[in-house]
Design a protein around this ligand. Structure first.
Ligand code: 5GP
Ligand code: ZN
Length: 137
């Protein structure tokens, strides 16, 4: 069974990338719950928290700090949800570990998933804005 996130890591599937290093990849969720909804993944495949090692987790958390600040600068949300689902019963739908960063607004719904695919032009634009904010530190 092929893993869509491994395919993205290998460059065999497209993604609107925001950041990449030796161990992690950050890209836009293709069904964004709100503008700026991003995912951070380890390049190595493991299914979820229960199969993770501490080093990989630490790298993801470290990336989440820089990404959170970049998203805050670009989107200026009222809040930022950081989520990570483990197992289908918890709502996990892609079985390659990932952390969601989702901008949230006062009075808004707290959905974790959307059924509406983002428009490529919007996803690309926001990925560039967040990447630029990351670069700027
Ligand atoms: P989970 O439900 O497993 O926590 O989250 C999986 C997320 O991956 C969902 O929010 C879904 O929209 C997103 N997703 C599923 N397939 C793709 C894809 O091919 N590309 C991107 N960028 N995101 C995807
Ligand atoms: Zn994978």
């Amino acid at each position: 069974m092929t893993c869509i996130f491994c395919e993205i890591v290998r460059g065999n599937a497209p993604a609107f990338k925001v950041h990449e290093d030796d161990h992690t990849l950050t890209f836009m969720d293709i069904f964004p719950v709100s503008r700026g909804h991003a995912l951070i993944i380890p390049k190595d495949h493991f299914e979820n928290l229960f199969e993770a090692n501490e080093e990989s987790l630490a790298r993801i958390v470290t990336r989440s700090l820089a990404l959170a600040k970049a998203i805050r600068r670009v989107i200026a949300p009222d809040g930022l949800g950081v989520y990570q689902l483990n197992g289908a019963a918890a709502g996990q739908t892609v079985f390659h570990y990932h952390m969601h960063l989702i901008p949230r607004f006062k009075g808004g719904r707290l959905d974790l998933h959307s059924r509406v695919r983002g428009k490529d032009a919007d996803l690309e634009a926001v990925s560039r804005e967040i990447a630029a904010a990351l670069e700027a530190g």
